[in-house]
Design a protein around this ligand. Structure first.
Ligand code: ZN
Length: 272
């Protein structure tokens, strides 16, 4: 009963939270792309990125990352849509979301996440960018409504190729605003908590990332340029976590995750 009540409070808080999202989840004022078009654009991008990023094609590892991703997606209002999680064999500590429910997770990020809840923190953040439709919102702002509409219809191959090239070069589709980052952090904390993961993992991962930046600055260039990370963002995330009801059933780590992490580290070994 206690869990039921605390769960209901969390749902209420999440719903209120969504109501005052920066551009509104699913309906940003700059966003004219329909969900169906967005998913079609995502399918096209997935196909092109598959040839240009070093995607790990390993059935077991792919099944694992997708099972974790789906647990988080199941807490969102986009749970009916098909999402897909991809693994990239690069030492960069990076993850990114592109339109149409695709999330790319780099081997370097998995290597730096010693606990599953830390990896889930970053995945929940990326999923939240997707649920908030920050990608297409950013495209609409950057290129204008007419170009984005033609892009979705496949009528603007030049701009489309430019976007693909930029994703490959930058390990991200867009640099998000501070508001978009906060929104993704806030939603991500709630989604991971609802999925049964310790939301402290997100705070702990941010701390790790700042620490890795001191140690290996080049490995974090991509992530920091697309998701500016500052002390006050960490404080804000911590505050969001502290609003949640304590639960003693939250997952921090599992044996399955340790096995998966070892597998990714060995698959990615030798990759520059
Ligand atoms: Zn972000």
């Amino acid at each position: 009963m206690r869990y039921l009540i605390s769960g209901m409070i969390v749902i209420a808080v999440t719903v209120i939270g969504l109501g005052c999202a920066s551009q509104g989840v699913n309906k940003g004022q700059f966003n004219i792309v329909s969900l169906q078009d967005e998913w079609e654009l995502g399918a096209q991008l997935e196909k092109d990125l598959d040839g240009q990023l070093r995607i790990i094609h390993d059935r077991e590892a792919e099944a694992y990352i997708n099972s974790i991703g789906q647990q988080i997606v199941a807490q969102t209002e986009m749970k009916e849509l098909p999402w897909k999680f991809h693994l990239v064999s690069e030492q960069q500590v990076n993850a990114f979301n592109i339109p149409g429910g695709h999330v790319y997770v780099y081997a370097g990020l998995i290597q730096e996440s010693s606990e599953l809840s830390e990896l889930v923190g970053v995945m929940a953040h990326e999923i939240s960018h997707g649920v908030s439709r920050h990608g297409t919102e950013q495209l609409s702002k950057q290129y204008g409504i007419a170009i984005v509409a033609s892009l979705v219809l496949g009528q603007n191959p030049a701009i489309y190729q430019q976007i693909v090239a930029s994703i490959v070069a930058n390990g991200a589709m867009a640099r998000f605003s501070r508001d978009a980052e906060r929104e993704a952090d806030r939603l991500g904390v709630h989604y991971m908590y609802e999925a049964g993961y310790d939301p402290e993992g997100m705070v702990s991962m941010f701390r790790n990332l700042l620490e890795v930046r001191q140690r290996k600055p080049s490995s974090l260039e991509q992530f920091f340029s697309s998701h500016p990370l500052t002390e006050d963002r960490i404080q804000y995330t911590r505050q969001e976590v502290s609003k949640l009801q304590r639960r003693d059933d939250l997952v921090m780590n599992t044996t399955a995750y340790r096995t998966f992490r070892n597998r990714i580290v060995s698959l990615a070994q030798g990759t520059p």
